[in-house]
Design a protein around this ligand. Structure first.
Ligand code: HPA
Length: 274
């Protein structure tokens, strides 16, 4: 096969496309192996500036399978960072959301690429609505488990992956060593892009949801399938629908901006323990 045929073949094979992306990242960053994958959602972006020394920043479109993000406030780069521990983190600043309509393969391509690049830990962060009134806007919350209400899975075929302890209790314990006051909650992923109705939030509370957003669960499943340990963190950007003022994306971004320094500092302390 020539290169073009090889690339055409990988488009229909998610693992091959992730391997191609990982090879491009190694070539463009000069870093052969990344130990930790990091997806930084609303409010978490500043962490990339403080967790370690940036070795390289690559525009997402130079890496096979990545698309430029269509969401304001979400950057479109991949960044290689050397931590004080000597480990390397790959920051995936080009998240594809389920609501973009590119399919689940595109949503989890970043996670699969991190795994193909060598990562054994995946840190997934997001901005989310607080269903549990104990979670206030501006606070980070550890994800303890999830309800995947997208009616989709990143796993194709008869591959029955165990999701017990998906959000690894080992990593949650490490995060709570870094920040003993961190609360934990069950994250609900809905497809979006509309926010929920108050009736839906009531329903989510009844079935055990405490945080609600439009990302993370599908990515966590793909990370587990790839054999990674997952750490999930949400920034509560707003009280969920019907629990406060009407929702706006601008409010979500503004709350994220305000919390950035604190979240960056928290993530620094967490990755130092990995
Ligand atoms: N609902 C869904 N997604 C969100 C929310 C919300 O309230 N806040 C931030 N992302």
């Amino acid at each position: 096969m020539n290169d073009a045929q090889d690339h055409a073949a990988s488009i229909d094979d998610p693992a091959a496309l992730a391997a191609e992306a990982a090879a491009a990242i190694a070539r463009l960053t000069g870093v052969d192996r990344h130990d930790i994958g990091l997806t930084l959602g609303s409010g978490w972006g500043k962490a990339a500036d403080v967790i370690g020394e940036t070795v390289a920043v690559i525009p997402a479109e130079q890496v096979p399978g990545f698309h430029v993000s269509g969401v304001p406030g979400h950057s479109g780069t991949l960044r290689s960072i050397r931590l004080a521990s000597g480990k390397h983190a790959l920051v995936i600043g080009a998240r594809t959301h389920f609501y973009e309509g590119r399919g689940v393969r595109a949503v989890v391509h970043g996670v699969r690429t991190a795994a193909a690049a060598g990562a054994t830990t995946m840190i997934l962060t997001n901005g989310a609505g607080g269903i549990d009134p104990a979670f206030r806007a501006g606070e980070p919350v550890l994800i303890s488990d999830h309800l995947n209400l997208t009616a989709a899975s990143p796993i194709e075929g008869a591959n029955f992956v165990d999701l017990t302890d998906l959000y690894a209790s080992r990593l949650r314990d490490l995060a709570r060593e870094a920040e003993p006051a961190l609360q934990q909650g069950v994250y609900v992923q809905l497809p979006g892009p509309h926010y929920e109705t108050p009736a839906e939030i009531h329903y989510l509370r009844v079935i055990g949801g405490q945080i609600v957003g439009m990302s993370t669960a599908l990515e966590a499943i793909a990370a587990r399938q790839a054999g990674m340990e997952v750490l999930g963190l949400s920034l509560i950007t707003n009280p969920a629908a019907g629990m406060g003022d009407p929702l706006s994306h601008e409010e979500v971004l503004a709350e994220g901006k305000a919390a950035e320094p604190r979240l960056a500092e928290l993530l620094s302390r967490v990755v130092a323990r990995l």
